[in-house]
Design a protein around this ligand. Sequence first.
Ligand code: SF4
Ligand code: SF4
Length: 434
Amino acid sequence: MFTLHCSDADGKSVSLRYAPHESALTNMDGTPVLKGQASASSRIWEDAERISPQHPGRKLANPEVLKIQLGLGCNYTCSYCNQSSQVDSMAMTKTSDAHDFLRDLDTWLKGTPTRIEFWGGEPLLYIRKLEILVPELDKRFPDAEFCMVTNGSLLTPEILDFIARYDICITVSHDGPGQYRRGEDPFDDPRRAALLKALWNERKTGERMQFSSVLTPDNSDPALLRRWFVDKLGDESVVTSLEGVVATHDDKALAGPGVWTEEQYRSLKESVASSFETGEALRIPALREKAKSFLQSIVKGTPSSSTGQKCGMDRSDHVAVDLHSNVLTCHNTGANAQHGLGSALKMEDIRLDTSTHWAFRECCSHCPVLQLCGGSCMYLEGDQFAQSCENEYQFGLGVLDGTLRRALGLKLDRIEGDVRRPARRKVISIVAHA
Ligand code: SF4
Ligand code: SF4
């Protein structure tokens, strides 16, 4: 149970009690804050499976979400890439392996996935594989939604036609004004910029495309990010979302773009929170959905026992495979090391023993933003987890504050309670003496 110390528009102090495990938000006298608020015990909830190396998860042969890893190669070298530490463990696949993959799929996949995602690296580097996979999967699963995340730098008119023909839902991963942390900006090249605009104009109807950014220490204002894309596209309706806040998957990210100063955290929290006051956050799907599901969790009294990991890869009905039908911890990992879980052809033998559900982490069980975060990356440990968790925590505080500002007109000043944070590596600045 935490006490949220807030102030109202007149500067008057208002305190609320918040219990993240019961999703209960009450006034200090115990009365509910939101209309229609239920208690956790008033509904029946399905428990999320709590996986860990000691309690490995399973994978189903009839997944809702099928993630196909085409290869981890990329034409960019983003400074905080969450895949770069995995590239050496990728099982190499050739274009012709796409045929073998489709043949094997017939033997192991039962039912129809609701969504099929195509993942790189940069998936458009593997357009020849996509040209084999997509038409055939479309034939077999006409009702499945196809999705792809691309950096948008390799588009051609032919690829635009291909995307339209198979109605692929596109996320262009781009950091707007902070793009230099990823590499060159396709918007700086008139030909590529024109293709991105053409893609947006063709895909925008029916919400089939969005731009999505990672918040980094020097690029953490969602409203400024949105404005940047509006200016580039010349379209006020452009959909810009967030992949989230930067995580630290390797020492390179821990040595630079994944580590924030206290001032940068303050600025992140304020820009996120104030974007809810101005209404900008409501135009940014990732922020809008986080706030909405947080408020819904309170209204419904969602118990934390039903809360899985934020990415969903702890679930048995989310399956990531490469073109050799190797089952992976997630699409960001390679099969030739610990994240290769076995073959989809023997799905009953798969054990997800590489990851840890938030419930087994002390900090998450004592975290006021648990319902907004969902536990950061489930396979990170040590310094990489601790720094990623801190970034998520500060981002979560910004969203919590923003949601309270928007829904209740209250500013979050501080949180009192048994908050436990993981110990982070100390950054010691080295000063040269003459
Ligand atoms: S912010 Fe950190 S402690 Fe809180 S839920 Fe996320 S990963 Fe766990
Ligand atoms: S386990 Fe989930 S959060 Fe971690 S890298 Fe994979 S998809 Fe991302």
